[in-house]
Design a protein around this ligand. Structure first.
Ligand code: ATP
Length: 363
């Protein structure tokens, strides 16, 4: 039975081609009911195509999309329990706020009564904290307020899935951060499934419960924000989801000893095929000190740049034989290293367990 499904959205071996261009290839995906999924990846990786196939604006070339256990192939957009919020909101400029929000409800068949429409519009505007704005014209609203009108319009007919296509892209940084928190709160309150498309890793990590990292039409990793950040499946994910330092290395014949380009050796912590390898290391996993510390691994280097960011600082350090490293320090470690500057000698200390080792062919 359809309602017995615990997955709100399911992709079964979905491929979509536009003529000679294959936009997504063999996607398998399960999104539990009430989850907040982010489709994250660079431009052209197929995120929007996946979103549009859930919405019914595109049909798969192969495979099946299911919503709440029902196969959706051939079901038109207006028949799906889904609504979409677009990047540029697509509000009607000649309608006021309440008229914009009511629009979808007025089109519904069987007809929804006028009193019920008013009640639901008021409720949706309250949910997005625009209670007093019903009669305002759209051009009298700020960018963030227009975004909330678009959200109210999308939730007013109570879809079971809400699709969001880069909904915060047009907002400035401060407003975007505020809206990230609001969207997450709204999703928790409504309890409906959200699918967000974004190329901004910070946005995906801060809002979603599940992050689907994509590249070139395929899923590279699916996991919680912590999983994709702390245990990237491959070098692409390590690079795309956050910053990373790449250290060239060789996996020795025993499949366990990693020899770095400067000659130092360490245990890789996992078995890999012998040959060229890359060790990825997060900038915040490195501790910068003036004196060599006994614990963990340590490299000696020279600071080439320092960027002071207020609550944190970024350093570029050149290590002979290994190249350039990016290091981020929070305020407490900054006072410890007294804000070392360009030209100064430093030590880069880290726990070898913080290295993520991949075959170089995986780059
Ligand atoms: P962006 O972040 O730039 O929106 P995206 O990850 O959402 O990118 P898609 O829009 O899904 O990527 O596009 C995936 C691939 O499919 C791209 O190569 C794109 O050029 C192609 N594509 C998308 N829509 C069409 C179309 N209607 N006709 C032909 N090719 C298309």
């Amino acid at each position: 039975m359809a309602s017995a499904s615990t997955n709100d959205i399911e992709f079964r071996s979905v491929t979509k081609a536009y003529g000679a261009v294959t936009a997504v290839t063999d996607i398998n995906l399960n999104v539990p009911k009430g989850a907040f999924l982010a489709l994250l990846g660079p431009s052209g990786c197929g995120k929007t195509t996946c979103l549009r196939m859930i919405g019914g604006f595109e049909q798969p070339s192969e495979g099946t999309v299911l919503i709440d256990g029902r196969e959706m192939n051939g079901v038109p957009a207006y028949r799906r329990p889904v609504n979409m919020v677009f990047q540029h909101y697509a509000l009607f400029p000649h309608f006021n706020v309440a008229q914009n929000v009511a629009y979808g409800l007025k089109q519904m068949r069987p007809k929804v009564g006028a009193a019920e429409i008013d009640r639901r519009v008021a409720e949706a505007l309250e949910m997005v904290r625009l209670g007093g704005f019903a009669k305002r014209r759209i051009h009298e609203m700020s960018g963030g307020q227009q975004q909330r009108v678009a959200l109210a319009r999308a939730i007013v007919n109570r879809p079971s899935v809400l699709l969001l296509d880069e909904p915060l892209a047009a907002l400035d940084k401060k407003l975007r951060s505020a809206m990230q928190i609001e969207l997450q709160t709204l999703q928790r309150e409504l309890g409906i499934t959200f699918v967000l498309v974004t190329h901004d890793q910070e946005e995906a990590l801060s809002m979603a419960d599940i992050v689907c990292v994509m590249s070139a039409g395929r899923i590279r990793q699916l996991g919680t924000p912590q999983e994709v950040y702390d245990r990237p499946a491959d070098l692409f994910v390590a690079d795309f989801v956050g910053k990373t330092n790449r250290i060239e290395a060789t996996m020795e014949a025993d499949g366990e000893t990693l020899r770095l380009a400067d000659g130092s050796a360490l245990s890789a912590g996992k078995r890999l095929v012998p040959g060229a390898a890359i060790a990825a290391l997060r900038p915040e996993a490195i501790k910068l000190t003036r004196e060599m510390t006994a614990a963990g691994m340590s490299f000696k280097g020279t600071v080439t740049h320092r960027i002071f960011l207020g609550s944190s600082a970024e350093y570029a350090v050149t290590v002979p034989g290994l190249g350039d490293f990016l290091i981020t320090s929070d305020r407490s470690s900054m006072s410890e290293n007294h804000l070392v500057g360009p030209g100064e000698q430093v030590f880069l200390g880290f726990d070898p367990k913080a290295l993520h080792v991949f075959p170089a062919s995986n780059a």
